[in-house]
Design a protein around this ligand. Structure first.
Ligand code: ATP
Ligand code: MG
Length: 521
């Protein structure tokens, strides 16, 4: 074990958050040992901004609870630890671990409980990689290195503490962690790690709880290093274990979304990791939509149902929580509405809570030319930059263009934004025209047409009724009708001049009934 002066390594308390200093000081004053460990020390040594600081102590979780009282919450069953609050910040405080007892491992070697307390010498070997096993005591100004961690950091090398296969088997999530650190730090994984990462070993991820895997994917998707991480996930066989329904290829869309996410994070913008799930599952979603439509489901229902189905299947691997599920489904369901908005709904679409995410999604699709967005990504992009008057004008223009397009739409183009209508090779041109019209007609247009037709029918009915009354006075019933006692059914022929008649309307003249032949034909 090496004890090093923190100042010599460029570490000092000013680099730490007030929260971690508060917690370490309180534990030390209560008579316990307390250190910063893991990513916080590693990242400071690399000149990076640590995501968080983790603490470790020889106090057991219940002792930590008695020191911090209400500020402390004990969490975890497999790996019990304390969440301690300092102001609005929360610090994870772990207790030194000793090797787990045998009964707490599964037949495949997975550790189901890792809650055997120990001392610092036992603790460092329980950590995953050497680079994560440095202990920093800021009040003493000391860094403890038990395993040449500093050398590995300097050499940009990821080495396991212990045998890679055994350590992966103990906790398969370490497979995701090692790829994450390799991508984040641009470190080389030791050859023994790369050799251990076989497709067979990757299958062990299926034994891990979907909740834990979701948490881990959240870290993977929100770290700002998706671009280097995704190829590693493919190369080392973990992709199919996490994303069973997503083809193991980096499509242009996934690649673009990954780059975009990284850029956003680098520029300090917020991201929702569920957005990347929406990107990853987009193709399986579209396939499911097509399948359901093929089974005769209406387009709208197919879109809703496909979202539910695809996410339910994904949840068997990574337990996407309900709020994230809603977020993803809303992004998907807003796509056709953004591509073919009704002009009058445009202002309210922008105010939807998911508009921004759905727009970003659409815009990304357009950037990789997925062929379905009809230029609406750019349209919404430009629209958002306009003031209110300009927006109204843009909507009017949009409405006019839409109407014109609808009129000019070539018959052969039967594909709408997402719904591709199969063209029957035997169909006549007239069939195609009807099919095209049916496809292109929006639901509201259809409703408007039905209303208009009903109103016209009503007008016709009244006109007919009036004419019946007139005709009844003009035309005498025939004998045949008179003998059956039936009233003449003047409705059976269209009255002259009505819309159902091709004949021009004639001026009526009072008739001389003495000239009318009253007998049978
Ligand atoms: P970052 O916080 O930047 O993602 P980190 O190294 O701090 O990286 P955490 O998940 O915060 O990672 O864990 C803190 C420390 O706890 C790690 O550095 C490591 O020493 C230890 N640790 C975490 N998870 C495991 C694990 N699955 N197996 C062994 N040790 C682990
Ligand atoms: Mg950490």
């Amino acid at each position: 074990m090496q004890t090093l002066r923190a100042s010599k390594l460029g570490l000092n308390p000013t680099l730490l958050s007030p929260a971690i200093l508060d917690i370490l000081t309180t534990l030390t004053e209560a008579g316990f040992e307390a250190y910063i460990v893991g990513g916080g020390v590693r990242d400071l040594l690399l000149g990076l901004h640590p995501k968080d600081f983790d603490a470790v102590t020889n106090a057991t979780p219940s002792q930590i609870k008695s020191v911090f009282g209400k500020r402390c919450r004990i969490i975890g069953r497999r790996f019990e630890l304390a969440h301690v609050y300092s102001g609005r910040d929360m610090i994870e405080v772990a207790t030194f671990r000793a090797p787990p007892h045998r009964p707490n491992t599964t037949a495949s070697g997975m550790v189901t409980r890792d809650n055997v307390w120990g001392n610092i010498e036992q603790d460092f070997v329980r950590r995953d990689f050497t680079i994560n096993a440095l202990y920093y005591q800021p009040m003493k100004g000391q860094v403890l290195d038990f395993c040449h961690a500093l050398t590995d950091i300097r050499d940009k090398k990821i080495r396991f503490l212990g045998q890679p296969i055994q350590r992966f088997e103990e906790d398969p999530v370490r497979m995701l962690r090692v790829l994450r650190f390799a991508a984040k730090l641009k470190f080389q994984m030791d050859a023994s790690i790369r050799q251990a990462l076989t497709p067979k070993l990757a299958e062990r991820l299926l034994e891990v709880s979907p909740h834990r895997l979701y948490d881990e994917t959240q870290k993977m998707f929100s770290g700002g290093y998706l671009t280097p991480l995704l190829p590693l996930m493919l190369e080392h066989h973990v992709w199919p274990m996490l994303l069973a329904d997503v083809a193991p290829v980096l499509t242009a869309f996934i690649q673009r979304a990954a780059e975009n996410t990284d850029v956003r994070i680098a520029s300090g913008k917020s991201i929702n990791p569920a957005f990347f799930y929406a990107v990853l599952l987009w193709q399986p979603f579209l396939q499911r939509v097509q399948q359901l439509e093929g089974q005769g489901l209406a387009s709208h229902d197919a879109w809703t149902q496909a979202g539910v189905d695809v996410l339910r299947r994904q949840q068997r691997h990574t337990a996407i929580p309900r709020y994230a599920e809603m977020f993803i489904r809303e992004i998907w369901e807003l796509q056709p509405r953004l591509i073919q908005p009704k002009a009058r709904q445009i202002p309210s679409l922008v105010t939807l809570p998911r508009f921004r995410a759905a727009f970003d999604f659409l815009y990304l699709r357009e950037q990789v030319a997925d062929g379905q967005t009809e230029g609406m990504g750019q349209w919404w992009h430009d629209y958002q930059a306009l003031d209110n008057d300009q927006r109204e004008q843009a909507i009017r223009l949009f409405n006019r263009q839409q109407l014109r397009q609808r009129r000019q739409q070539p018959i052969a183009v039967l594909a709408t934004s997402e719904r591709v209508v199969a063209i029957d090779p035997n169909a006549t041109l007239a069939d195609l025209a009807i099919q095209a019209e049916a496809t292109l007609e929006s639901r509201s247009a259809r409703r408007r047409r039905v209303r208009r037709e009903k109103a016209q029918a009503n007008v016709r009915e009244t006109q007919n009724a009036r004419r019946v009354a007139v005709l009844a006075t003009e035309v005498e019933p025939t004998d045949a009708l008179m003998t059956t006692g039936m009233k003449p059914n003047v409705h059976t022929r269209a009255p002259h001049g009505s819309q159902d008649s091709n004949l021009p309307r004639r001026r009526r003249r009072p008739r001389d009934l003495s000239q009318v032949f009253m007998g049978p034909y």
